[in-house]
Design a protein around this ligand. Structure first.
Ligand code: 3PG
Length: 214
């Protein structure tokens, strides 16, 4: 997937489920539950042993869900995620060497920033789509408004502390491309295989997206 295609699609879809999957066997039923709730993007965090296998399972199943790797903090993890078929990579912070692995492989990389220091480093590598992490803890909507003036060309995916309660405010910010969060598929619900509850959570969030589009 090219960065430009990813940006265009995220502009429409708006929601990225950030998930931690312990058992890769959950990946496909989880994908179906997200899609049923109107969520078309998943970021599988590389915090569990099963993350790579979960990506491979999604690739094999071809559910229609777009899948990326999250918490990609090292070059080794980036290479592993690329081998497992990740369509895009996401990291919590900015690490030039890790970003370079994805760029070399021709894959979109969305690094996390929470300051102008990180923004400058990312912009220096030609990036204009960034994760704002941890969003709520770092200033939330106020931070997004503040950076819009000096960096009008940038688009952000706020993640960290997003919930149904503040989703509408984040989505309404002009420099927000999409939002990410575990609230769409909480770890405990995945662990307990409560896929119906995940669909319900996603449907509520999709409802907010639809409301804003009207
Ligand atoms: C992440 O990995 O990007 C965040 O931990 C997700 O944050 P949340 O659990 O507050 O949504």
């Amino acid at each position: 997937m090219q960065m430009s295609a990813l940006v265009q699609d995220l502009k429409r879809c708006k929601l990225v489920a950030v998930v931690e999957i312990g058992d890769a066997a959950s990946a496909v039923p989880l994908a179906h539950s997200l899609l049923e709730g109107g969520v078309h993007y998943i970021e599988i965090t590389f915090r569990t042993e099963g993350a790579g296998d979960a990506l491979l399972a999604l690739k094999g199943a071809g559910t229609g869900l777009h899948y990326g790797a999250g918490t990609v903090r090292t070059k080794e993890q980036a290479s592993r995620a690329i081998r497992a078929g990740a369509e895009f990579l996401v990291s919590p912070g900015f690490n030039e060497g890790v970003v370079a692995v994805a760029i070399d492989a021709g894959l979109p990389f969305i690094p996390g920033v929470d300051s102008t220091l990180g923004i400058e480093a990312a912009v220096g590598m030609g990036l204009d789509t960034l994760k704002f992490f941890p969003a709520e803890e770092s200033g939330g909507i106020k931070w997004l408004k503040a950076v819009q003036g000096p960096y009008p060309e940038l688009r952000f995916i706020p993640t960290g502390g997003i919930s149904l309660a503040n989703l509408k405010d984040y989505l309404a910010a002009p420099n927000v491309l999409a939002v990410g969060g575990s609230f769409l598929a909480p770890k405990q619900l995945i662990k307990e295989q409560r896929f119906g509850d995940i669909t319900a959570a996603c449907s509520k969030a999709s409802g907010v997206v639809k409301e804003l589009k009207q």
